[in-house]
Design a protein around this ligand. Sequence first.
Ligand code: B12
Length: 215
Amino acid sequence: MSSKERLTQAIINLDEQMVTDTINKMIASNVELTDIIEACRDGMTVIGELFEKGDYFLSEMVMASELLTDIISRLKKKAERSYISPLGTVVIGTVKGDIHYIGKDIVVNVLEANGYQVIDLGVDVSPEKFVEAIITNKPEVVGLSGLITEAIGPMKKTVDAIKAAGLRDKVKIIIGGGIVNEVISSYVGADKWANNVSTGLKEINAWAGEKNVRE
Ligand code: B12
């Protein structure tokens, strides 16, 4: 079993000790942070399937979330770098009606580690709050996270509110989360979509980072 598979399995089993040991080993052998994150996500996907089948309950989902939150804060410490001036500003949040934050927090941490200033609005964020944050922070990019089907409507409402405020041509909008795809992206009126952090970072770099590439 590879270390990625071992980590995925340890998350599925909610085996905290095995998670810690495996991550320590992965960090020591310089495994890419994005690979560690993807192994975690694979574990969470299986946990979601077990929940759907009725083999896991909400308590297991909550335990898994806590485990992931711990991992994220450890990885953040490892990834932290300092930049003299940010590559760009990203306003991000989980849309109205959705409280999932693990994936969004990973994106926040990876963006920060890559030199972006990130304004994290949290979860269950109304369209009005996104608009206010755009006016205040003048970001190049807005990221909308959503994990449940019910988040698609609020994503569209958020993009519509950004248009109605006359701000649509001032920002690029990327949607992310397990539910998103090309069809949903064009339905909500986003510019891009990503269901993993690496693709998200690549798209954001293409918009905001490249004009500012450091020597
Ligand atoms: C953990 C979890 C919970 C936790 C959330 C903890 C928290 N605060 O975040 C708790 C237990 C609270 C929870 C609650 C619920 N959940 Co839940 N949950 C999950 C689970 C198991 C894992 C989600 C997760 O954290 N994944 C790990 C992260 C790393 O992956 P990710 O979120 O996809 O993020 C990555 C990418 O998508 C991307 N990304 C994410 N956001 C963004 C944003 C941008 C801008 C970009 C670029 C990229 C990006 O990058 C991330 C890193 O690679 C999923 C299963 C699954 N398959 O997703 C179900 C799941 C999402 N939940 C589900 C459901 C139904 C619920 C509840 C309605 C359950 C209930 N009956 O009460 C509630 C919803 C409450 C609400 N209003 O939001 C369903 C959704 C089904 C659907 N299509 O609607 C799923 C799919 C489970 C299932 N199979 O049934 N849940």
